[in-house]
Design a protein around this ligand. Structure first.
Ligand code: GLN
Length: 409
């Protein structure tokens, strides 16, 4: 299965890795923060390390303190009670949780619908498990829109319908969306829900950026739509929530019928997630309210977003204003660079955006991620006109990046 194509191609994160770029390059590529989680959370990690039990295996479902914290945090948001013994599963990052769902549910040839662009891990995670990705476009903003927002990336529900065959098993939703920043509207999700019901689909709702929604936009949890709880697995992430992407602590919330087989898979893949950091994630969820943590964090991200937006406005380049997540897509179709630049092998043979992002990183000193990676090979051309910049960095770093980017003029 892993002999050819995308499966063996070098992933974008290791090409545009700090290790391959000049040491003074400002990293707005892979989405991770240049600041630590708050001290009241890291303190909980230290405390956990100084006890015996959290240095050892946890229950494969996750540590009970974390499962209870997830329950207490999400019950009001889901508007239902959540059972810590059967409806919550702690995973080694959101990624492993999603992978385990595919292991548990996909049979050879099962089709999985995903909106394109899609977070790049979905593709190999589906194919490694014998599934077949089926792409439905998230249509880019119409060219006449002067100042597009992520809301201008649209779906056509008839295209979803037409993508369904007798082999369709699952649909993946990602809201807020990576890399577009789109926060799907209630109407869009309701239309998808209708299709899921009609064709009896399993729904994976990747909501890892649920705490990063801007401009008072409403984040709708797919599992809360009428009739959807029974068929939906919601994916969450401590890394995104608490600025701790290296912890590898995530969670799944779903009915027992989904959690049970997924637990069997995750137990065999990793047995359990990192124990001390589960304690820290629990402390984060338990005390978030007391510290007004998510409200403050959102306001900080709006400020960070404003720095990059201002930089792109000054440059006169078009971009998509994101309503969620921490990514901005910059339109690089009018950006010139010398095609005879000394590009490394890893970016030659890929889309024009790979060369553009490489050039910007080397010459301007700011790294970003080429967006064709979020498209299948056949549709890479659609993504080639964008570079994705992450704004999960402190304001001073973003301001420095903003100044450097002016050299693109
Ligand atoms: N979610 C991160 C991003 O999109 C990357 C995660 C990964 O490296 N696989 O930047």
């Amino acid at each position: 299965r892993l002999k050819e194509g995308r499966a063996l191609a070098q992933d974008v994160w290791s090409i545009f890795n700090a290790a391959n770029l000049p040491s003074d390059c400002i990293n707005l590529g892979q989405g991770y923060m240049n600041f630590a989680p708050p001290e009241w959370i890291t303190k909980a990690a230290e405390e956990a390390l100084n006890k015996v039990a959290p240095n050892h295996y946890s229950h494969p479902r996750g540590r009970i303190r974390l499962r209870e914290a997830i329950r207490d945090f999400y019950e009001p948001l889901f508007g239902r009670s959540l059972d810590v013994e059967s409806e919550i599963l702690v995973t080694s990052g959101a990624n492993e949780g999603q992978y385990s769902v595919f292991v548990a549910f996909l049979e050879q040839g099962d089709e999985v619908i995903m909106f394109e662009p899609f977070f790049d891990q979905y593709l190999p995670s589906v194919t490694f498990n014998g599934g077949k990705p089926v792409y439905v476009p998230l249509h880019p903003p119409a060219p006449h829109i002067e100042k597009p927002t992520s809301d201008d990336w649209t779906i056509d529900i008839d295209e979803v319908r037409r993508a369904i065959t007798s082999r369709t098993k699952m649909i993946i939703i990602n809201t807020p969306h990576n890399p577009v920043g789109k926060v799907f509207t209630r109407a869009e999700l309701e239309a998808i829900a209708k299709v899921a019901e009609e064709f009896n689909l399993l729904v994976m709702s990747d909501e890892v950026y649920d705490c990063l929604v801007f401009d008072k936009k409403e984040h709708v949890r797919f599992a809360t739509l009428p009739g959807m709880w029974d068929r939906t697995v919601t994916v969450g992430s401590a890394g995104k929530a608490f600025a701790a992407t290296g912890w590898r602590v995530g969670w799944l919330i779903a009915p027992k019928s989904i959690i049970q087989p997924t637990l069997a898979a995750t137990t065999r893949i990793v047995f359990c997630s990192n124990s001390p950091l589960q304690e820290a994630a629990a402390a984060g969820l338990e005390q978030a309210k007391k510290h007004s943590f998510f409200e403050t964090q959102c306001a900080q991200y709006e400020e960070r977003r404003a720095v990059l937006i201002d930089a792109f406005d000054r440059l006169g380049l078009k971009y998509t204003l994101p309503e969620g997540s921490y990514f901005i897509l910059l339109d690089i179709s009018n950006l010139d660079f010398p095609e005879d630049y000394p590009f490394p092998e890893s970016v030659l043979g890929r889309g024009r955006d790979f060369r553009a992002c490489w050039f910007i990183a080397m010459e301007v000193g700011v790294s970003s991620i080429p967006v064709s990676e979020f498209y299948c090979e056949e549709h890479a051309g659609i993504g080639e006109v964008y570079a994705r910049f992450a704004f999960c960095k402190d304001v001073d770093t973003l301001k420095a990046a903003a100044e450097r980017l002016q050299n693109l003029k």
